[in-house]
Design a protein around this ligand. Structure first.
Ligand SMILES: Nc1ncnc2c1ncn2[C@@H]1O[C@H](COP(=O)(O)OP(=O)(O)OP(=O)(O)O)[C@@H](O)[C@H]1O
Ligand SMILES: [Mg+2]
Length: 323
């Protein structure tokens, strides 16, 4: 039985269908990512699961039991908000403790007999913030604030942790580092994570399973590699990475080979070459006028605009979405 089931859930705002018959399930211990562009309904879906919103139709189940109409505090789920929502006047440790104090009022979480201080210590250790427990949020870096926000939720031992764009407040370099840390933390705790993001690289690198949303609908659900290589729709193909669309099928730039004196493939003329540090993008025009981009990791020879080349790719690298 899946841990969490979202079953045909719809949420309508006046004049807008924010979530349209969405169904997916999350297995125990998984990191599931809901991925999609701005406004596609990701946060609304999380809010429905957390209980801050009520669906117009459909069901939400946790451990097979309907939680659709339970108030938020009776659901064993917890949300880490995008802006972390830490209390500026409290220390890191007190921010984490605050979650627990709240918990006693709300009767959520297990182990009331366990010492609260020990639980806070353990979770601060888990997020590697023991040394900064006495700091206030203003004295912490973005990544450290994020870890305290996580600790505050993890201390409640939720069955599912909902994370809304957990890394978006971080600068790009830190984001990549924290990606790995967050994933490792999820593995260590074994807590099921449902994360919302509009960053396809984040979803591909962190998630066990991705659900791609578009305009309120869930277009496809599956493991990262499956979605990347076998997208069911053009939208999913394009949202997960660049695609060259040729005669109704698609090929990703990294699958396109460029050869100066090849015998296979199609004739093309190079239009532009862009050096990107770890790779080179070669834009070329095929004999029929179509344009393609090839991403080359270690070009053996230098290509220049105007060069006559041949482009080829393997048939198995062609994607043929149904819609
Ligand atoms: N309270 C509301 N009343 C009316 N419309 C709303 C409300 N909340 C959200 N919406 C609309 O529902 C749609 C989905 O919003 P949602 O916040 O779920 O998007 P999102 O996928 O999280 O986007 P982002 O990536 O920008 O955070 C949007 O078009 C939004 O304008
Ligand atoms: Mg959102």
């Amino acid at each position: 039985m899946p841990l969490l089931e979202v079953d045909n859930v719809t949420r309508r705002y006046p004049g807008h269908l924010a979530v349209d018959q969405v169904s997916f399930s999350v297995e125990q211990g998984q990191l599931f990512a809901l991925l999609g562009p701005s406004g596609c309904g990701k946060t609304t879906t999380l809010r429905l699961i957390a209980g801050f919103e009520q669906p117009d139709s459909g069901h939400i189940r946790l451990h097979g039991e309907a939680i659709t109409h339970l108030p938020p505090y009776e659901r064993r789920v917890n949300t880490v908000f995008q802006n972390y929502a830490l209390f500026p006047h409290l220390t890191a440790r007190a921010n984490v403790e605050f979650g627990l104090r709240h918990e006693r009022v709300r009767h959520v979480g297990n182990g009331p007999a366990r010492d609260a201080a020990a639980r806070v210590d353990a979770v601060l250790d888990l997020v590697q913030m023991t040394g900064k427990a006495a700091s206030r949020p203003a004295q912490l870096s973005g990544g450290e604030k994020q870890r305290i926000a996580l600790a505050r939720s993890l201390v409640l031992e939720p069955d599912v942790l909902l994370l809304d764009e957990p890394l978006s407040a971080l600068d790009p370099n830190l984001r990549k580092q924290v990606r790995g840390e967050l994933k490792a933390l999820q593995r260590r705790t074994g807590v099921t994570f449902l994360m919302v993001t509009h960053d396809q690289e984040e979803a591909l690198s962190m998630a066990d399973c991705i659900g791609v949303m578009n305009a309120g609908r869930l277009e496809q659900t599956g493991p990262p590699r499956g979605l990347y290589h076998r997208p069911r729709t053009r939208f999913v193909a394009g949202f997960l990475g660049a695609v060259n669309w040729i005669d109704g099928s698609g090929v990703r730039p990294e699958a396109v080979h460029v050869e100066r004196d090849g015998t296979q493939g199609r004739d093309a003329t190079i239009l532009a070459v862009t050096f990107l540090g770890n790779c080179v993008h070669v834009e070329a025009e095929l004999a029929g006028g179509a344009r393609m981009v090839a991403e080359i990791q270690n070009p053996r020879s230098e290509f220049r605009p105007g060069d006559e080349v041949r482009l080829w790719w393997r048939g198995e690298d062609e994607m043929r979405p149904e819609a």
